[in-house]
Design a binder for this molecule. Structure first.
Ligand code: NAD
Length: 509
C-alpha cells in the first residue's frame, strides 16, 4: 500500500503554473501526484513561492482594466467558445480526473458536465448584469443600480471535484468582468491546467485567468495581497474557517464552503427499494468523497432500519470496486494513501466505539492493483450521536445507520449536528416532506432525491459550519458575489434656471 515511484520518475513531468497566458515551469518543492488505483507516482506538481503567486496576481491586476471594459456580450462570446472547446476535450479532461482522483470514468464525466452547466449559465451574463432602473424617483430624477466587477478574485479548491468546483467559480467571476487566480488542489492538479489552455484558445485575453499550484504558502499570499478583492474557497471546515477569518480581516469579500455530514431520513412509508438504491449511489459513489455524499442514514423505526440494513447488505455484495478506468466498476480507490489511512482509522474507531460493523471493507484486495488505495464499502448499524464516527466527516465509503423513533427525533439529530450542507427525506407523505423541507436547518434539501446538488441556475451552499459567508456558489448568488452594486442618481436641470439651495433632506413630500 506504499506510494511507489513510477519507473521514470526522474524524468516525470513537474506541473508548473499558468500565468499571463503561458505555462510557467517551476521545480520548487515538487510534490508527488499519484494514480490512486495503482499507487504509482505519475508526475509531480510544483509549490508556488510567494513571488510566483505575486506574479500571477500582477498579471490579473494588469489585465483587469481592459477586461472590465470589454462588453459583457463579448465576454459571453468567449464563454460560448470555451464551452464548445470543453465539450470537444471532454474525454481528455475526464481521463485526467480518473487518473489523479480515482473516481470511475462515468462519475468523472458527471462532474465535468455539471461544471460545464455553470459555463452555460455564464453565457447569459449580459442578461444577468442588466441592472435595475427607476425613472422619476424624484421630479426629473432617475436612478439605477449597476453591478460592477471587483477586480482580481481568487479561487482555492479541494481535491474531490478538480474540474467542477473551479467551474463553480471562475466562469461567473470572469464573465462578470473580474480577473482570476486559481489555486487548485495539489492532489489532482492536471484538469485545471488543461482548462486554462482551452480558455486561452477560446480567446480569453492573457492574464484574465491564471493558475498557481501550491499549498499554504500560496494560499496565504492570496489572503494577504491587497490587490485580491475576493476569495472563493471550497474545502474542509477548519481551513474554510481560517480562510474566512483571515480574508475578511484583510478586508476581502470571502465565501468559504466547508465540510459536511449529510443525513438521509428514511420514513416507514418510504419506497424502501428505491431509497436503498439511492443510498447506495449517494453513500458509495465517488468512494464517498463528495461534500454531498450521504454518510448517515436515519431510519425511523426499527422495522425500517432492519429492512434498510438488510437490503443494503444484499446490494453491497454486488458493488464492484476497482480501477476507475474499467467501466464495469461502481467505485474506485480513495485519493491518497494518507486519506486511505484516515478513513480506515475511522472504521477501526467505529468498531471500538461499539457501532455494529455490518459490512467490513477493510480486507478488500483488488487483484492486479495491490498497491492502490482501495477500501471496500463499509456499513455501520446502531450508530449513536455520541460516537465520533457520527460527529466527524469521514469522507470515504462508510455509511452510518442511526435509528430514530420519529420524524421529529430524526430532524432534531440533523439540526443538532454542526454541519448543515445537504440532507434528504424518503417518504410517500407530502405533508411530512413539506414539514421537513420547511423546517430543517440545512442549506440544500432533497425530497426522494439523495444528492440535491442545485442545478446551475440556482446556487449551492450549506448552513451552519458548512459555509462561512453570506452568499452561495454559482447561480444568482455568484452575480452578487463577483460584483459590487453601484447606485447612480441623475438629474439634468433645465438650462438657465437658478435653483435655490435646499437644506432639508430631499423627499417626495
Ligand atoms: P482541504 O481543506 O484539505 O483543502 C482545500 C484547499 O485548501 C486545497 O487547495 C488545499 O491546498 C488548501 N489548504 C489545505 N490546507 C491548508 C492550510 N493549512 N492553509 C491554507 N490552505 C490550505 O480539503 P480537501 O481535502 O482538498 O477536500 C475535501 C474537503 O472539502 C471535505 O471536507 C469536503 O466536505 C469539502 N468540500 C466541500 C464542498 C462544499 O461545497 N461545501 C465541496 C467539495 C468539498
Amino acid at each position: 500500500m506504499n506510494a511507489r515511484p513510477a519507473e521514470n520518475v526522474a524524468t516525470a513531468t513537474v506541473i508548473g503554473h499558468f500565468i499571463n497566458g503561458v505555462d510557467v515551469a517551476d521545480n520548487n518543492r515538487p510534490l508527488p501526484v499519484t494514480n490512486p488505483a495503482t499507487g504509482a507516482v505519475t508526475k509531480h506538481v510544483a509549490m508556488a513561492t510567494k513571488g510566483t503567486v505575486a506574479d500571477a496576481i500582477a498579471a490579473a491586476d494588469a489585465a483587469f482594466p481592459a477586461w472590465r471594459n470589454t462588453p459583457p456580450a463579448k465576454r459571453a462570446k468567449v464563454m460560448f467558445r470555451f464551452k464548445q472547446l470543453l465539450e470537444e476535450h471532454a474525454d481528455e479532461i475526464v481521463a485526467a480526473l480518473t487518473e489523479e482522483h480515482g473516481k470511475v470514468l462515468d462519475d468523472a464525466m458527471g462532474e465535468f458536465v455539471r461544471g460545464v452547466e455553470v459555463v452555460d449559465y455564464a453565457c447569459g451574463v449580459a442578461e444577468l448584469l442588466k441592472g435595475e432602473h427607476s425613472r422619476n424617483v424624484g421630479p426629473g430624477i432617475d436612478s439605477w443600480s449597476e453591478f460592477q466587477p471587483l477586480g482580481v478574485v481568487a479561487g482555492i479548491t479541494p481535491f474531490n471535484f478538480p474540474a467542477m468546483v473551479p467551474m463553480w467559480m471562475f466562469p461567473m467571476a470572469i464573465a462578470c468582468g473580474n480577473t482570476f487566480v486559481l489555486k487548485p488542489s495539489e492532489k489532482d492538479p492536471s484538469a485545471p491546467m488543461l482548462v486554462a489552455h482551452l480558455l486561452k484558445e477560446a480567446g480569453l485575453p492573457d492574464g484574465v485567468y491564471n493558475v498557481v499550484n501550491g499549498d499554504k504558502e500560496a494560499v496565504d499570499t492570496l489572503l494577504e495581497d491587497p490587490r485580491v478583492q475576493a476569495i472563493s474557497f471550497v474545502g474542509s471546515t477548519p481551513i474554510a474557517e481560517y480562510i474566512y477569518a483571515t480574508g475578511t480581516r484583510n478586508g476581502k469579500r470571502v465565501q468559504a464552503l466547508g465540510g459536511a455530514k449529510n443525513h438521509a431520513v428514511i420514513m416507514p412509508d418510504a419506497d424502501i427499494d428505491n431509497a436503498v438504491s439511492a443510498l447506495m449511489g449517494a453513500a458509495y459513489g465517488s468512494c464517498g468523497e463528495r461534500c454531498m455524499a450521504i454518510s448517515v442514514a436515519v431510519c425511523v423505526g426499527d422495522e425500517t432500519a432492519d429492512e434498510v440494513v438488510g437490503k443494503l447488505k444484499t446490494e453491497l455484495q454486488d458493488l464492484k470496486v476497482g480501477n476507475g478506468t474499467d467501466t464495469c466498476n461502481d467505485m474506485g480507490p480513495l485519493v491518497t494513501q494518507a486519506h486511505h489511512e484516515k478513513v480506515r482509522g475511522y472504521v477501526d474507531l467505529g468498531v471500538n466505539e461499539g457501532a455494529e460493523l455490518v459490512i467490513d471493507g477493510r480486507g478488500l484486495v483488488v487483484n492486479g492493483h495491490e498497491d492502490g488505495f482501495f477500501l471496500g464499502a463499509c456499513l455501520f448499524d446502531k450508530v449513536t450521536p455520541d460516537m465520533r464516527i457520527y460527529q466527524e466527516e469521514i469522507f470515504g465509503p462508510v455509511l452510518c445507520v442511526v435509528r430514530a423513533e420519529s420524524q421529529e427525533q430524526a430532524m432534531q439529530l440533523i439540526d443538532n449536528h454542526e454541519y448543515g450542507n445537504g440532507t434528504c427525506i424518503f417518504t410517500r407523505d407530502g405533508e411530512a416532506a413539506r414539514y421537513f423541507a420547511d423546517n430543517i436547518q440545512v442549506g440544500m434539501v432533497g425530497i426522494n432525491v439523495p444528492l440535491p446538488v442545485p442545478a446551475a441556475l440556482h446556487s449551492f451552499g450549506g448552513w451552519k459550519r458548512s459555509l462561512f459567508g453570506d452568499l452561495f456558489a454559482y447561480g444568482p448568488d455568484s452575480v452578487r458575489f463577483y460584483t459590487r452594486r453601484k447606485t447612480i442618481t441623475q438629474r439634468w436641470p433645465s438650462g438657465g434656471v437658478r435653483e435655490k439651495a435646499q437644506f432639508s433632506f430631499p423627499t417626495n413630500r
